[in-house]
Design a protein around this ligand. Structure first.
Ligand code: SAH
Length: 270
């Protein structure tokens, strides 16, 4: 049903819309971000501007990326008095964030993200990490646990290894469903991702690292020997730098990078 008042918005499921309504939580989030006047901030999915308003108070130059065109006039009216407020009507999954950092300070990315696109969006942003200073996101708690998990933890998996390869990750605090309208079915949490200035462990081939990590966790209850069999069978036999009797969850990022580099070298020796 169409809205009678164009400045009243019905939340849309299709766009993953769960609007923040708890002012205490909004303050907590903005405090965790710590916006400064000279920051170059971009907010993904501003919605009706719940977080945007406090960000603009601290940092009057602000970009937002919003896909739902019905929200654009609401945002325009609400933040009319800020000449530095710029709306980019676009799909964040396809958006060129690096263009916003061109000749400017590296980006601080913020967003209460639609949960269905959060993982691909984080990887889309990581491809542009050279332009990014840090990222603060509201995500499903389960995804935050996976991003921040350490070896041995049941949440430790492909997402943990690949995200921690590129970033330092902190699970900051939980946000319960009743802080949103409509309330989501799951617990949410705020996570901070800071791209490493210099990678602590450098993979010689990112493609090989991705393959190794994906295979290793595809059968996480099996030993690495079994999980990686299809790959190892194509390579010359060699003493590998990790114990193949272990499971993927026992390896840390450094182990995965070392293993991947050894595999890259073995492939090159063929
Ligand atoms: N930040 C607001 C809204 C969160 S809901 C708040 O906290 O209240 C998620 C927002 O992301 C919605 O505004 C939705 O329209 C927007 N969105 C959904 N998919 C998007 C995409 N692919 N690119 C940009 N924005 C998107």
């Amino acid at each position: 049903m169409a809205n009678k008042n164009p400045l009243q918005h019905q939340a849309r499921k299709r766009f993953g819309q769960n609007f923040l309504v708890d002012h205490g939580v909004i303050r907590h989030i903005v405090r965790a971000i710590g916006p400064q006047t000279q920051d170059n901030i971009v907010e993904i999915g501003p919605g009706q501007g719940a977080i945007t308003a406090s960000l603009l108070e601290a940092c009057p130059e602000l970009n937002v990326v919003e896909l739902d065109r019905d929200l654009i006039p609401i945002l325009r009216v609400k933040f009319d008095r800020y000449p530095g407020f710029k709306i980019n009507e676009a799909d964040a999954l396809k958006f060129d964030f690096s263009a916003l950092a061109d000749g400017k300070a590296p980006l601080r990315v913020v967003g209460n993200l639609p949960y269905n696109i959060s993982t691909p969006l984080i990887f889309h942003l990581l491809e542009q990490r050279q332009s990014i200073k840090d990222m603060h996101f509201m995500l499903q708690k389960e995804v935050v646990l996976r991003l921040a998990a350490k070896p041995g933890d049941k949440n430790f998996g492909r997402l943990s290894v690949m995200a921690q390869y590129w970033c330092d990750i902190e699970d900051l605090f939980d946000v319960p469903p009743e802080c949103f309208r409509p309330a989501p079915k799951v617990m949410s949490a705020i996570v901070r991702l800071v791209p490493h200035n210099e990678l602590p462990h450098v993979a010689h081939s990112h493609e090989d690292l991705e393959t190794v990590v994906k295979l290793a966790f595809s059968q996480r209850r099996k030993t690495l020997r079994n999980a990686l069999k299809s790959l190892l069978d194509t390579l010359p036999e060699a003493q590998l730098c990790v114990d193949l009797g272990k499971r993927a969850e026992a390896l840390d990022v450094a182990d995965f990078v070392a293993l991947s580099n050894q595999i890259t070298a073995l492939k090159q020796s063929l």
